[in-house]
Ligand binder design. Structure first.
Ligand SMILES: NC(=O)c1ccc[n+]([C@@H]2O[C@H](COP(=O)([O-])OP(=O)(O)OC[C@H]3O[C@@H](n4cnc5c(N)ncnc54)[C@H](OP(=O)(O)O)[C@@H]3O)[C@@H](O)[C@H]2O)c1
Length: 289
């Protein structure tokens, strides 16, 4: 496989780089302001030996030709800035490893093959910036009928990676879970499990799920429309966790709400649907950050 370039060498980007390297593929980080090479230690929840990842770094302006394969794993609001000076052509394949949807809309040239990635794996920084802790789970790729030629080689080294036929529904399930758990836990500064205990939060979760199901059923009549129990199952399975949006608000960072709830609102508008609970939560969260 030819070199994969990585935009966003943070938690998820490093995990993707690790699997690509395991598959024998060269990975280069694209970044303006980082000293080369990038050194990070990944430790794994399953107890296997840690990996000391060393990745070359190149400024996008130093590229001699457009990248043929690019992973975009920065947080959604930084996508435009990250892609700004990267030359892309219709031959480029882009792997979008981000929560939310639509964050690269309008940023890629016509013809680029965009492969979407949804993962339930979790990676977080532990202590110093150079140390990431990985809890592996499932990862799905899709967005096209047929998997790219490199998929088989990569899936041999990326645990629980598949190219499922029902990718879009899996992507929407993750989107709805993010659209409910993230803003509610961020606004109330609580761990995910509080959604199961607090009546007011449950009521808001019900409204957000009902509106998301209404939209997604209008877009696709085969949508199962069972978001509430699914979202509550995610909140239960991750009860002690801090959502990424709660963490971003705590740090005073820009959140991904525009790519999550904002995406639902952008899909609803042309259908003449209003999603008042999503509108309210976007407005409230945006006004506080
Ligand atoms: N972490 C998880 O467990 C997890 C799970 C599922 C999905 N996701 C999704 O994966 C995406 C990435 O999340 P993350 O946790 O990996 O975030 P992260 O640790 O903050 O990593 C994002 C990386 O992007 C870099 N970046 C920002 N602006 C850039 C630019 N203009 N050019 C190049 N690089 C830039 C950041 O560099 P600086 O640090 O220098 O700003 C950082 O290294 C998000 O959409 C998130 O929702 C994460």
């Amino acid at each position: 496989m030819s070199t994969w370039y990585l935009l966003g060498a943070g938690n998820m980007g490093l995990l993707a780089a690790y699997y690509l390297r395991q598959a024998g593929v060269p990975v280069t980080v694209l970044r303006h302001d980082t000293a080369s090479p990038l050194r990070r230690r990944l430790t794994f929840a399953d107890g296997r030996p840690p990996c000391d990842l060393v990745l070359p770094v190149l400024s996008p302006v130093a590229l001699t030709e457009p990248p043929r394969r690019l992973v975009v794993a920065c947080k959604a609001p930084y996508s435009a800035a990250a892609l700004e000076s990267v030359p892309l052509t219709a031959d480029t394949q882009v792997l979008r490893l981000q929560n939310g949807l639509g964050s690269l809309d309008g940023l890629l040239p016509e013809g680029v093959r965009l492969i979407e990635v949804v993962t339930t794996s979790a990676v977080k920084q532990d202590g110093p910036a150079q140390h990431q802790v990985v809890a592996e789970n499932e990862t799905w790729m899709g967005g096209h009928d047929v998997a790219p030629d490199w998929f088989e080689q990569l899936s041999a080294h990326w645990p629980n990676l598949s190219w499922p036929a029902d990718f879009q529904h899996r992507q929407w399930h993750k989107l709805v879970a993010n659209a409910v758990i993230n803003p509610l836990t961020a606004l109330h500064d609580v761990p995910n499990g509080r959604l199961l205990e607090d009546r007011e939060l449950q009521h808001q979760a019900e409204e957000l799920c009902r509106e998301a199901d209404q939209l997604l059923t209008a877009v696709d009549p085969t949508w199962p429309g069972d978001s509430l129990p699914r979202v509550m199952a995610v909140a239960s399975a991750t009860a002690g966790n801090t959502s990424s949006m709660r963490a971003d608000v705590g740090k005073g960072a820009v959140t991904e709400i525009e790519a999550i709830n904002g995406y639902l609102l952008r899909r609803a508008a042309p259908l003449g649907l209003s999603l008042p609970a999503h509108e309210r939560i976007v407005a409230t969260l945006t006004s506080r950050t």
